[in-house]
Design a protein around this ligand. Structure first.
Ligand code: SF4
Length: 700
């Protein structure tokens, strides 16, 4: 990648991909990022994965949006545009014309049909300041809470369970704390692909003798380092976890003093677990009773244990129950609030923690303050110098918003940096909703699949082209800095939102993201002692930070929880089957996820030369025996069909996938996995069941 003389300038920033939040040094020459190196950030200590190291060049891709675009009259909406000439259905416009057009359309719907005719999707790819401004734009500009972002598709159920039972949605300990643990559970997570730098710490933990317990229906590379690999039946998480906890109760392995001092509802939990012995559950979860007992003893007898989880836990209709079980397991063993212990949902997007903290969710204002409390809404109205944010009803979530579009209740949307035309479950339904809107404003760096449905497209700066803070999975607030200017007339997201806000009648005067950060501090105690200047000079501060000198607390809740009487709560969980069971027509199970080289809907990584060269084609993974049964050679084509639609793609042989399963990455528009996925929702987190759908697989 060149040598140290091969650049003019070096800029420190944060990787824009995953929630690990690796700090990077961007080597810049002639206005372009030439290469990237890891630096000594608190989460990565110099390490980077392939995405952080080689996936930066999408920012210089020729398809970047460089001018505002307005849809041509009568141009069809949708994906059927010429891929070689994606801009056919738009004309270029000046910023003034595009902003006027965008804002007038939204304001007209508000004024004629009421504020709830307009909803917004913000983005976990933007900075904290941009997420904050986006939720303020909808709440102040349109008076209600119908604003959400992709946390809904990711860890919403984990946050629901954590808020309910621990009183806080963030991790209780950084992932780096694993170095002080004796045992660690990694469940429903494939960190070597999805949080690769975090995975290096997990491997080091195992190499120095830590007991790693991996639980996943699909085999993972991490299992090579594991003391126990529990490849349980898809969707059987609750039965397996309840069985493990029942052993801890039955054999008296729980931490009685901790339970007595810091928890509530223990008697109910104990009574509930009595019905879940390993001998009863082994037939349901597919893990032998002896193994369940061994794992229970290993976790409960360790001095300190951590629990890490990912989308495999959260993306189920019982995702909140899955997370409730993990919380209960940590509580009964006293594994919260001390070194080497804790609950850690590995956050996906680079700023999904920060965007959620900043209030980009329909039920909470910044810092998870309830939208239903008059006094809290009053506080934000006062901070905003406004009386326009009036609605005390919890807003609609991502999928509910698109349902409301179908129902004709929502007629206009402002979508910033999200790609629901690829990311939503049953994406045909989502695309139909987008096509039916009267007015769609999309702000992005590329003409994404979603932008193909827009009436107006506003060209935005990529992360390496702007200033702003982001918060990683470890609660570390970090400073992102611009290394190169945005291409053409593209502008920073916060500045575009400010201009739109002024045009829908809001008195916004921000001229710099530092001013937004200062306003956020007026409503977010989590940012106490963290200032823009500190972040500029220190690069990162973990919240909570207890003083202007404190780098922040890696472990929280040593002295109790932010709940009534300082006690966390046991929430017994019943077994709920996945919403769609395999049957004679659709006999196999489909699950979706990411691959190491591609990020989410592919808008960035499929435009990154190195990453796209490694994984250029839509593919799925099947067990070799399944391929033999289908008469398909590895590398041949298969057709996947569910009750929602069908896709055709290449088949890869993979022994890690059970014979009755197919794993489908969701980054490929030419065979979009979400055409197939089930939109059934977890009732608490409102997260779709991306991890389980009944599917038919045939040779194509
Ligand atoms: Fe970027 Fe995540 Fe890879 Fe770190 S682990 S370099 S944050 S994608």
């Amino acid at each position: 990648h060149g040598d140290s003389r091969d650049f003019d300038e070096e800029v420190k920033s944060v990787c824009p991909f995953c929630g690990v939040g690796c700090q990077v040094s961007l080597k810049v020459k002639d206005g372009k990022v030439k290469y990237v190196e890891g630096i000594d950030g608190p989460a990565n200590e110099g390490r980077l994965c392939v995405k952080g190291r080689f996936g930066f060049d999408y920012i210089h891709h020729p398809h970047r949006l460089t001018k505002p675009l307005i849809r041509l009259p009568d141009a069809p909406k949708g994906l059927n545009v010429d891929p070689a000439n994606p801009f056919t259905h738009f004309r270029e416009a000046s910023w003034d014309e595009a902003l006027d057009f965008a804002a007038t359309g939204l304001a007209k719907l508000r004024d004629e049909r009421g504020g709830k005719a307009v909803a917004g999707f913000g983005s976990a790819k933007c900075s904290n300041e941009e997420a904050y401004l986006f939720q303020r734009f909808i709440r102040e500009g349109f008076g209600h809470n119908n604003v959400d972002h992709c946390t809904r598709l990711c860890h919403a159920s984990s946050v629901a369970a954590l808020m309910e039972n621990v009183g806080s949605g963030a991790v209780t300990a950084t992932f780096n704390e694993i170095e002080n643990a004796d045992v660690a559970i990694v469940i429903g997570s494939n960190p070597t692909e999805n949080h690769p730098v975090a995975a290096t710490y997990f491997k080091q933990f195992a190499k120095r003798g830590g007991k790693l317990i991996v639980m996943d229906p699909r085999g993972t590379a991490l299992q090579r380092h594991a003391a126990h690999m529990l490849q349980f039946r898809p969707g059987a998480d609750v039965s397996m976890l309840n069985a493990i906890m029942s052993v801890i109760v039955e054999e008296g392995l729980y931490d009685e003093a901790y339970v007595e001092k810091f928890t509530e509802n223990w008697e109910d939990e104990k009574a509930h677990l009595a019905g879940y012995t390993p001998e009863k559950m082994e037939g349901i979860c597919g893990i032998p009773a002896d193994t369940l007992r061994a794992v229970a003893r290993a976790f409960a007898n360790a001095k300190a244990g951590m629990i890490f989880w990912g989308m495999g836990v959260s993306q189920h209709i019982h995702g909140t129950d899955n997370a409730r079980c993990l919380i209960s397991l940590a509580l009964m063993t006293g594994n919260v609030g001390k070194p080497g212990a804790g609950l850690h949902p590995l956050r996906g997007q680079n700023n999904v923690q920060g965007a959620s903290d900043a209030g980009l969710i329909p039920m909470f204002l910044p810092d998870y303050q309830s939208v239903t409390e008059d006094s809290i809404r009053g506080h934000f109205n006062a901070v905003w110098g406004s009386d326009k944010y009036t609605d005390g009803e919890k807003g609609l979530t991502v999928t509910e918003i698109l349902d409301a579009v179908h129902a004709g209740q929502i007629r206009g949307m402002y979508i910033l940096g999200e790609n629901p035309a690829m990311s939503d479950p049953d994406v045909t339904h989502a695309r139909q909703a987008l096509a039916s809107l009267d007015h769609l404003v999309v702000q992005d760096i590329f003409l994404t699949e979603t932008a193909n449905y827009a009436d107006v497209v506003l060209p935005a700066a990529a992360f390496y082209e702007k200033s702003g803070t982001v918060t990683n999975t470890n609660r570390q607030v970090q400073m992102g800095r611009p290394a190169v200017p945005p291409p053409g007339e593209a502008r920073e997201d916060w500045a575009i939102t400010v201009d739109l806000a002024r045009r829908v009648g809001l008195d916004w005067t921000f001229t710099d993201p530092s001013q937004v950060f200062a306003e956020m501090k007026q409503g977010m105690k989590s940012l106490d002692n963290i200032t823009w200047d500190r972040l500029q000079s220190e690069g990162a501060v973990t919240y909570p930070s207890l003083s202007p000198e404190d780098p922040g607390q890696p472990i929280v809740f040593a002295d109790g929880f932010p709940r009534k009487d300082g006690r966390a709560r046991f929430a017994p969980a019943e077994v709920i089957q996945p919403a769609e069971q395999p049957d004679a027509d659709y006999p196999m199970i489909m699950t979706t996820g990411r691959q190491l080289e591609h990020w989410h809907t592919g808008s960035m990584t499929r435009r990154s030369k190195v990453l796209d060269a490694v994984e250029p084609q839509a593919n799925c993974s099947l067990h070799p025996s399944t391929l033999r049964r289908l008469g398909v050679d590895p590398g041949g084509k298969v057709k996947l069909q569910t009750r929602r639609g069908e896709i055709t793609l290449l088949a890869r042989a993979d022994r890690a996938v059970a014979p009755d399963m197919v794993f489908v990455p969701f980054a490929y528009v030419e065979a979009a996995a979400n055409i197939l996925t089930n939109p059934a929702l977890d009732p608490y987190g409102k997260i779709p069941e991306f991890k389980f759908a009944a599917v038919r697989v045939v040779a194509a």
